[in-house]
Design a protein around this ligand. Structure first.
Ligand code: ARG
Length: 269
């Protein structure tokens, strides 16, 4: 069931917490950039060791959140739906991601609506012929869900996020394989929770502590679930469900409000 994946990551050489656009960011708390780079490098090496391909997007001075590469775009079957960031502090990242996608191999769509790429979009290839799960409530506008559906030609299921600490879909839910997910029900509205129960009756359910440890901010290749080292309780739930947790230390990047999944854009050529 595991498949080799292609990822895009951007090193945290210019990482800093200089502003507050989510509840985790405290500009008065010191950040160790050298340690952040080391932890990021370890994540990259771990993915490569598991035979995944990792492309690197050069970082930019003045864009301290660029390490969270998941937010830069969302691709399915060679079609890329570009990002348009909610906050001006990050808006320049969108064009840098756009430049990565070679027009010879990708069809890139510039978005009209505000959306933060894989931060709020997830793809489940084996459910409903390939379904897109899409979060809204904090960052991505719900109007972007319809735009993504038009661009990607895949059904988009809108899910309302309700906990400001879990402000992107990718900190509340993760795709584990072609048909299953793990999520924290408390991050979603009642109706969205009912939708998730119908679509994924066998989902691995996480609790609040798992979510706040950024455990759900994981990336899976279908078998190995790469997740941060604090999320040991979720790791145990995933192993009980037949997955192999691979823990990586990413403490510095938590200060910006992200972990493993935020640092990785999955490319689906
Ligand atoms: N500081 C970044 C922001 O608030 C963190 C982004 C986290 N990325 C993610 N995919 N959840 O935009």
């Amino acid at each position: 069931m595991p498949r080799k994946r292609t990822y895009l990551m951007s090193p945290p050489e210019h990482f800093a917490v200089e502003y507050t656009i989510n509840p985790w960011m405290d500009p008065t708390a010191p950040v160790d950039v050298e340690l952040a780079v080391k932890q990021w490098e370890n994540l990259r090496e771990t993915l490569v060791r598991h035979e995944h391909t990792v492309h690197v997007l050069p970082p930019h001075a003045g864009l301290p959140d660029m390490v969270y590469a998941a937010n830069g775009a969302f691709s399915v079957d060679g079609v890329v739906y570009g990002a348009r960031f909610r906050y001006p502090q990050r808006s320049a990242e969108a064009a840098l991601h756009r430049a990565f996608y070679d027009p010879g191999s990708w069809r890139f769509h510039d978005p009209v609506e505000i959306n933060e790429g894989e931060g709020d979009f997830a793809y489940v290839p084996g459910t409903g012929g390939g379904v897109v799960l899409a979060g809204f409530g904090f960052r991505t506008d719900p109007t972007a869900h319809a735009e993504a559906q038009e661009v990607l030609g895949r059904p988009v299921v809108s899910l309302r996020l309700t906990d400001p600490r879990l402000y992107h879909l990718d900190v509340a839910l993760a795709v584990l394989d072609d048909t299953n997910v793990t999520y924290y029900p408390g991050a979603f509205s009642d109706g969205s929770r009912r939708v998730l129960e119908r679509l994924f009756p066998d989902a691995v359910l996480a609790d609040e502590a798992d979510a706040l440890a950024f455990g759900l901010n994981l990336i899976s290749d279908g078998r190995h679930a790469f997740l941060n080292s604090e999320a040991t309780a979720l790791g145990a739930k995933l192993s009980a469900a037949g997955y192999t947790p691979v823990h990586v230390e990413l403490g510095e990047l938590k200060k910006g409000g992200g972990s493993v999944r935020c640092c990785i854009a999955e490319l689906r050529p």
